[in-house]
Design a protein around this ligand. Structure first.
Ligand code: FAD
Ligand code: SIN
Length: 523
């Protein structure tokens, strides 16, 4: 195995990883390890924008209030304070650095999304914010001489000794070689896991690898039951669940039943711009009632020139399906979109494992609560990516010996097996752990997950088998937490416990070889 040494190792090249790399470079050498191309990430596909209280009529305190309201009592207030105050600073820095946010007559005019009471969503390239932002940060990262990027290189195992991190084992898909990246600090920025559901807005890379690897070495996980479903992803038979941004509703789009009636104004004072959990659940119920697997999004009453220009990415993508965003009804349905829970971190992005830091969607910093406020996640990447690299730089070296490591290979034969199990787990997750859950369904899924885990639990040296094991670990972690939370709150909705229960105003913590525990919310 090849052995490489860096001051900081960053796994993942979405906005969290790129931000962490950019800041870490001022303290020493940095490796960015990413399993596909540098620009393959959820971040790249972000549409709506990034939330920041930059308007004259806005303030971090108002942003905080909206975030707490959407989070339904599960946000840690200190973490949200950091998010909204430092987030504003990070976004203003980006503007100073030259990030081309969209302007009207020279002035940035933020948009509106669900759950926000002010227009505070900065966007770029119309609805191509993620692409513009990641390309901008990629350029900044490329300019730093002490950052080395490793594309097509997947982290497969975190290396730990007595509760301290020693590095990461990875496999280079091009050469087939294993590489050990040795460092005192590893920053996981591996993103979310929503792609393991059968209907998801996420790219193929979002499979929760970082969460599974961290769990394996004893990192604490929090709030794994909270998977956020985006209300409006395209719903056409056999097609990908392409996201139709919430910003479209921010510009005034309506949701209609298949028979053409608007239904959100009767259900919430913010109508189509209610928090995401409310809109996704309302659509789910409409679909149940009508027996159709979609509702319609209608923009017919809006200025077509403005819509085609503001959302040109969505406009052209829909054209490929023969749908005109400005005048046709667009069939949409919810899809798994964002992992709210994840690896538990403190305010400096540090985990309970010394030297292991996490930022971005893989982390559970406490800012998202039971339901993420739209466009807060890109902001979280900026704020906690910087904090992670600064805290990592303060760490002193730990010189424990490397344990013996088994080489991981890739066998084409096992790829079919992976696809077979992946599809089965995706169906089970979507059916039994989707928008609405109940005890019987979840227990049935756990039974099957346990059988799969028994079969692949020891997989250690073949990449596809390891992927089955990681996926089933994640499925079980989601299901266990969801079974424990006997209430409905935010994105976790249970038919058998339809009300919020104040006793569950706690984070559910899971750790390997420990019973789950409850951690109080920092309110
Ligand atoms: P990602 O951007 O997903 O990056 C993870 C990286 O880790 C990837 O490069 C991946 O390849 C790599 N990786 C994963 N596993 C491994 C491994 N084992 N080894 C090596 N590398 C690995 N949020 C907003 O705030 N505003 C929006 O407008 C918005 N729109 C969205 C639209 C879409 C379609 C989607 C899917 C999400 C959207 N979100 C939005 C959510 C937001 O994009 C993500 O939460 C955020 O970008 C996550 O950033 P990240 O850096 O943590 O993870
Ligand atoms: C969107 O554009 O609707 C996505 C925003 C988000 O996920 O925060």
């Amino acid at each position: 195995m090849q052995l490489l040494e860096f001051d900081t190792i960053i796994i993942g090249s979405g906005l969290a990883g790129l931000t962490a790399a950019y800041h870490a470079a001022q303290f020493g050498t940095v490796a960015v390890v990413t399993k596909s191309e540098l620009d393959t990430s959820n971040s790249y596909y972000a549409q709506g924008g990034i939330a920041a209280a930059i308007g004259e009529d806005d303030s971090p305190q108002l942003h905080l209030a909206d975030t707490l309201e959407a989070g339904r009592g599960l946000c840690d207030r200190d973490a949200v304070e950091v998010l909204v105050t430092e987030g504003r600073e990070r976004v203003l820095e980006l503007i100073d650095m030259g990030m081309p946010f969209d302007r009207v007559e020279g002035k940035i005019v933020p948009g509106l999304e669900g759950g926000h009471h002010k227009r505070r969503i900065l966007h770029a390239g119309g609805d191509a914010t993620g692409k513009m932002l990641t390309c901008f940060m990629l350029q900044k990262v490329r300019e730093q001489k002490n950052i080395t990027a490793f594309e097509y290189t997947a982290a497969v195992r975190l290396i730990e000794n007595r509760g301290c991190i020693l590095g990461v084992q990875a496999i280079d898909f091009v050469s087939g070689e294993n590489i050990v990246f040795r460092s005192k600090a590893v920053i996981l920025a591996t993103g979310g896991l929503s792609r393991i559901f059968s209907r998801s807005t996420n790219p193929h890379t979002a499979t929760g690898d970082g969460i599974a690897m961290a769990y394996q070495i004893g990192a604490k996980l929090a709030d794994m039951e909270f998977v956020q479903f985006h209300p409006s992803a395209l719903s056409l038979p056999g097609e990908e669940a392409f996201l139709i941004s919430e910003a479209v509703r921010g510009e005034g789009a309506w949701l209609l039943t298949p028979s053409g009636e608007r239904f959100m104004p009767q259900l919430h004072p913010l109508a189509e711009l209610a928090p995401r959990d409310v809109v996704a659940y309302s659509i789910f119920k409409q679909m149940q009632q009508s027996g159709h697997d979609f509702v319609y999004l209608s923009l017919r009453h809006l200025d077509p020139t403005h819509i085609a220009e503001r959302f040109h990415n969505i406009y052209f993508r829909l054209k490929e399906y023969g749908i005109d965003l400005t005048c046709d009804l667009v069939p949409v349905a919810p899809a798994a979109h964002y992992m709210v829970g994840g690896i538990r971190t403190d305010l400096n992005a540090e985990t309970n494992i010394r030297g292991l830091f996490v930022c971005g969607e893989a982390a559970s910093t406490g800012v998202m609560g039971a339901n993420r406020l739209a466009s807060n996640s890109l902001l979280e990447c900026l704020v906690f990516g910087k904090r992670a690299s600064e805290q990592a730089a303060r760490l002193t070296s730990f010189d424990g010996p490397l344990p013996e490591l088994e080489t991981v290979t890739v066998s084409a034969e096992n790829e079919q097996l992976y696809l077979q199990y992946k599809n089965e787990m995706a169906e089970l997750l979507s059916e039994k752990l989707g928008i609405v859950r109940n005890q019987n369904g979840m227990q049935e899924s756990v039974q099957r997950f346990n059988e799969i885990a028994a079969q692949f639990g020891d997989a250690a040296h073949e990449y596809n088998l390891l992927k089955i094991k990681n996926t089933v670990d994640i499925c079980r972690l989601i299901a266990h937490s969801a079974l424990i939370r006997e209430e409905s709150r935010g994105g976790h909705i249970r038919e058998d416990f339809p009300e919020e229960n104040p006793q569950f105003r706690v984070h559910i913590i899971q750790q390997k070889d420990h019973e789950p525990t409850f951690e109080p919310v920092n309110a």
